[in-house]
Design a binder for this molecule. Structure first.
Ligand SMILES: [Zn+2]
Length: 400
């Protein structure tokens, strides 16, 4: 018996379903908790060919009540959510390619993964994490689907270029300011760790299913008003939010708030260059030399999403610890070196803060460090400024 392609004899009986298109699609799922589990299960069952899973957490016992992909043994081992989710969806559908990334979406995930995706699905539980995904998705012109659950309720929304984005929808301007201002990274981490709300597997199944249903429309390129042979009309959630309330059995969708003209998230990066000669193993010095030779221009500034920390200052005693690590490694560093500090007492000394960003120039003392060592993740897109223009250079990926 010849082996059939995934979905053959099933999905090809559905008039609008294109097995080939779905198999070629790439979907990134940010967050592998209750909602992420449901989304990933559906993507695997539908035969979505390429799936990128991002999460920075480990599996705990409390996750088992609503995570279809996790087992008791995973919680015992405190295994990474992203890794186990990847393993389990491969068991469901061995034909799919899965990449799992254990890291913080704000700083440790290369923007190349966003660029390589057809659609990004957010399964997050904090405003700031959503804000970050929204920022990167719009920067790279990718639609993204937000989902959220609480108890028996949930919501899903689709955001795409030209329409109101998630940041536009934050009616409360103070929330926007909170996220925009420098230092939001710590707030973001904290809210992810402590801001959890009780959810049920029921709302996760419903909202996760709606998110994947909308992802399928995006993958197929279906727009509002498209008609199918049984005279069904496509209505998407583009610039709308769907709400589900389990206890009083209500479901409705409402149009997203107005487009916010001054929204900081609407600028996208154009003319991204894929440069096979730059990887995270390239040193800062080599990058300067190569860039000048290849592009005939001189680097003024490299924007780092993951600020490079030279020292950690402990205020009461004014003690200084030499760190030389990217911001995302600070917590690990503090634990490893048994540095006793409270949050109030911490201060970071940065090389050259300028408008919330940090720049490396030729006088950078640590120019023999590689991009990886200063905090640039694999498959990232470097934002380089020269006197005349901005360059966006995608680094070669080791895994993609
Ligand atoms: Zn916006």
């Amino acid at each position: 018996m010849t082996k059939k392609r995934w979905g053959e004899g099933v999905y090809n009986l559905i008039s609008w379903f294109d097995i080939g298109k779905v198999a070629k699609a790439t979907v990134m799922v940010v967050g592998a908790g209750a909602l992420g589990n449901e989304v990933l299960k559906n993507l695997a069952l539908l035969g979505v060919g390429n799936i990128i899973i991002v999460d920075f957490d480990r599996i705990e016992y409390s996750n088992l009540t609503r995570s279809v992909l996790f087992r008791t043994t995973d919680a015992e081992k405190q295994a990474y959510k992203s890794e186990i989710a990847a393993e389990r969806i491969k068991e469901i559908n061995p034909e799919i390619n899965v990449i799992w990334l254990n890291g913080d979406i704000e700083k440790e995930v290369g923007l190349g993964y966003f660029r390589a995706s057809n659609v990004i699905i957010g399964c997050l539980d904090s405003i700031l994490a959503r804000y970050v995904v929204n920022n990167y998705a719009f920067r790279l012109n990718k639609p993204w689907i937000d989902g959220g659950i609480r108890n028996l309720d949930g919501h899903a929304s689709v955001y795409d270029k030209g329409k109101a984005c998630y940041a536009c929808s934050l009616a409360d301007e103070s929330k926007q300011n909170m996220a925009i201002r420098e230092g939001c990274a710590d707030v973001f981490q904290e809210s992810l760790s402590f801001g959890r709300v009780a959810t049920t597997p029921i709302s996760a199944s419903i909202i996760g299913a709606v998110q994947v249903q909308e992802a399928l429309k995006i993958i197929h390129g279906y727009k509002d008003g498209d008609r199918f042979e049984n005279f069904q009309v496509c209505r998407s959630l583009n610039s709308k939010s769907f709400y589900y309330e389990g206890m009083n059995m209500d479901a409705y969708s409402i149009i997203s708030p107005n487009y916010f003209d001054n929204c900081p998230h609407h600028d996208s990066w154009e003319n991204i260059i894929e440069d096979i000669n730059i990887t995270t193993k390239t040193t800062i010095q080599d990058l300067f030399v190569y860039f000048e030779k290849r592009y005939g221009d001189n680097i003024e500034k490299i924007y780092l999403r993951n600020p490079f920390i030279t020292h950690i200052l402990i205020r009461p005693e004014e003690r200084k610890y030499e760190a030389m690590i990217p911001d995302s490694k600070v917590q690990e560093f503090i634990l490893k070196n048994d540095i006793k500090i409270g949050l109030e007492e911490t201060a970071y000394k940065l090389p050259s803060p300028e408008g919330g960003y940090y720049f490396i120039d030729e006088s950078f003392k640590w120019k023999n460090l590689t991009l990886e060592q200063v905090g640039v993740p694999d498959f990232d897109i470097l934002h380089i400024e020269t006197k005349s223009k901005d360059y966006y250079i995608e680094l070669t990926s080791e895994s993609f």
